[in-house]
Design a protein around this ligand. Structure first.
Ligand code: SER
Length: 348
């Protein structure tokens, strides 16, 4: 496996699916325009929600995107994990491929396997899928399509392997793909359900099969589809041979800028690493939220932005930062990602 920049991971993903009949669709805003119940765009499928439900027709039945995601406030909320965790973010990018009544489980698994092993060059022996409890079809497909032996396919319950965007909307069983950080430990009985440090989730394939009207029932969709999500930050960890998201090229320039502003040595930075992570994550989140027109306020989306900015300021003070340092971080973020997401540049 060769080092790959995050920029290349993003473009190879989109290119691969474009070559396989998918239309590249630009990221939608972090503020969902088709769903007043959803605080932020929390998954790549949000802009396609009505397409999955059959309420909206699009000129294509296969799509791929690199979507801006915010998971702060609402059902998917990682705000408090940011800092202590090397993997959780408020803002991140999700690469996805979508089928609207076109291919289903077999197609999704075939594409995923081909991209990971042939295009990204990952060692097939280090990839471990999970499936939903009774999803025997996926169990067989992973063996047939990818040649993965049955004992390396883990069955998991609703909490891990049944995906929904909220209490309502399209949902279905999912199959996740994990990367083994420590193949040298051998097959010692560990699997993605038993060891979260060893096994690292990189991709979630959701088999959209039902609608939830909100009364607890599941209504089968007329045309089942596929919704996948791969965290760009996570895939970059794998392709760059590092362990923490903050060690990838998506974060290093921001971490370095913080260090310059504070004047820390490398050791001092490590002593304050939690605050650095909060600052880097929240610096990205605030830049992207403001780019999408959210302003700090007392309620709803603006309130979440205010909390993010406040939390950044608390941690900024902890490392000795004063003044409008978030603007300095925004400049780095714009430099890194402004060409991919022009909205953040427009608000500069
Ligand atoms: N919607 C699923 C997720 O967010 C797959 O894209 O994980």
């Amino acid at each position: 496996m060769q080092y790959m920049s995050s920029r290349e991971v993003r473009s190879r993903y989109l290119q691969f699916f474009a070559e396989n009949g998918h239309t590249i669709v630009p990221s939608s805003s972090l503020v969902p325009d088709n769903d007043p119940t959803l605080i932020f765009t929390s998954a790549g499928m949000v802009q396609f929600k009505d397409t999955f439900l059959g309420n909206e027709k699009r000129p294509y039945n296969r799509a791929t995107s690199s979507q801006k995601i915010m998971r702060a406030g609402g059902k998917h909320n990682d705000l408090e994990n940011v800092g202590p965790s090397i993997r959780h973010h408020t803002f991140f990018e999700m690469l996805g491929n979508f089928s609207f009544g076109d291919y289903f489980k077999r197609g999704a698994i075939e594409f995923a396997w081909k991209l990971l092993t042939e295009n990204f060059g990952l060692d097939p022996n280090r990839l471990w899928p999970t499936i939903y409890l009774d999803d025997d079809e996926s169990f067989h497909l992973w063996q047939e399509v990818a040649g993965i032996p049955a004992h390396r396919i883990t069955r998991r319950g609703k909490e891990d392997n049944f995906w929904s965007m909220g209490d309502t909307g399209p949902c279905g069983p999912n199959s996740e793909i994990y990367w083994d950080f420590h193949p040298e430990l051998g097959e010692n009985g560990d699997n993605p359900a038993t060891d979260e440090d060893r096994f690292f989730e990189i991709w979630n394939l959701v088999f959209m099969q039902f609608d939830q009207p909100g009364d607890g029932s599941l209504v089968p969709l007329e045309r089942p589809g596929v919704d996948t999500g791969m965290g760009l930050e996570r895939m970059s960890v794998v392709m760059q041979g590092v362990h923490s998201d903050y060690e990838t090229d998506l974060f290093v320039p921001i971490m370095q800028r913080i260090r310059e502003l504070v004047g820390h040595t490398a050791d001092e930075m490590q002593q304050h690493i939690v605050s650095y992570r909060v600052l880097a994550d929240h610096g990205r989140a605030a830049t992207f939220l403001i780019g999408d027109g959210v302003m700090p306020s007392n309620e709803w989306r603006g309130y979440v932005l205010r909390r993010i900015m406040r939390r950044a300021m608390v941690h900024g003070r902890r490392v000795g930062l004063e003044g409008p340092f978030l603007g300095e971080l925004a400049k780095v973020v714009i430099e890194l990602m402004g060409d991919v997401y022009p909205d953040i540049v427009a608000r500069k």
